[in-house]
Design a protein around this ligand. Structure first.
Ligand code: G1P
Length: 297
């Protein structure tokens, strides 16, 4: 199949990481299952993928992550209980999670890096373009961020990454790109052609303030590129290095996406997202707002 002219149907969710930034919460439970208000992080990502037209979700898991599989499975006991208590709406909500997408799981036995994690999905993805979603990046936007990237992929037939401007004192936590703007009337001032990229540079070595955020649409030749590279930053097989390798043969684009991103893998970012998402909720927002107003801050 020609990966260029094809609809993006699959999304890979690397989820085998140890979540050390969020200890002790992540000692025995996956960071992907941390709850923003009342929904685990990974469900936000899966919903974003589904709302972007994706049908197949591939979760790359590791040891101690089985609660994710249970979350997306049918829970007969729970549904029976909710039915017997006539909690119809809650039962519908619980059932809908198991019907969100076709989900496959594959293990990453050792945490050897993001590039390595994505490569674990090679056989399940096959020869077609696919999305990658890092579920600790939560993005609130009018058009789902993945959909924004898919639109660029469909226009240019190329890989595309989500980009965001980041202050200099934080830039070394990211993959950083050197890029030049592309004239595109549908995406004024937001589309770039990537010229170089570097994973977690020192602030003084960063090629720009444009950081890669955890949403990608990649052509399937990324797998061969992962196979061609050596371990990079942190001794890990980095996705950024694989993309840089792929760029020798194929253009890669970057999109400053519309929307607000929260780093929910970080404790402060997670708290901000929790407060803002709770305020947005019709059922919780008004009373929560009153509560916050009453705090002597
Ligand atoms: C990963 C990527 C990095 C990217 C970041 C976005 O890093 O390797 O290029 O900028 O996600 O969240 P991590 O945060 O897993 O260290």
């Amino acid at each position: 199949m020609d990966s260029m002219s094809q609809k993006v149907r699959k999304a890979v969710f690397p989820a085998a990481g140890l979540g050390t930034r969020f200890l002790p919460a992540t000692k025995a439970s996956p960071k992907e299952m941390l709850c923003l208000v009342d929904k685990p992080l990974i469900q936000y990502g899966v919903e974003e993928a589904v709302n972007s037209g994706i049908q197949n979700v591939i979760i790359v898991t590791g040891r101690g992550k089985s609660s994710m599989e249970d979350h997306f499975d049918v829970s007969y006991e729970l549904e029976q209980l909710l039915a017997s208590k006539k909690k119809t709406e809650m039962r519908r909500l619980v059932r809908a999670i198991s019907e969100l997408a076709e989900i496959s799981y594959i293990r990453q036995k050792e945490a050897l890096g993001l590039g390595h994690a994505v490569h674990r999905a090679k056989d399940l993805v096959g020869n077609e373009s696919f999305a990658v979603v890092l579920s600790d990046d939560i993005i609130a936007s009018k058009t789902p961020c993945i959909q924004q990237l898919v639109d660029v992929h469909d226009t240019y037939g190329a890989s595309v990454l989500a980009l965001m401007e980041v202050p200099k004192d934080q830039i070394s936590a990211y993959g950083v790109v050197e890029a030049e703007p592309v004239e595109d009337s549908a995406r004024p001032d937001s589309l770039f052609r990537i010229r170089n990229m570097v994973e977690k540079p020192k602030a003084e070595d960063a090629p720009s303030n444009l950081a890669i955020i955890g949403r990608y649409v990649l052509t399937s030749d990324i797998f061969a590129s992962v196979e061609s590279i050596e371990p990079g930053a942190g001794g890990e097989i980095q996705l950024t290095d694989a993309m840089k390798h792929m760029m020798q043969n194929r253009p890669i684009y970057g999109l400053k996406f519309e929307g607000k991103r929260y780093d929910a893998g970080d404790k402060a970012g997670f708290l901000k997202a929790t407060v803002e998402f709770a305020l947005e909720r019709q059922d919780l927002g008004p009373q929560f707002r009153e509560y916050l107003k009453g705090l002597a801050l």
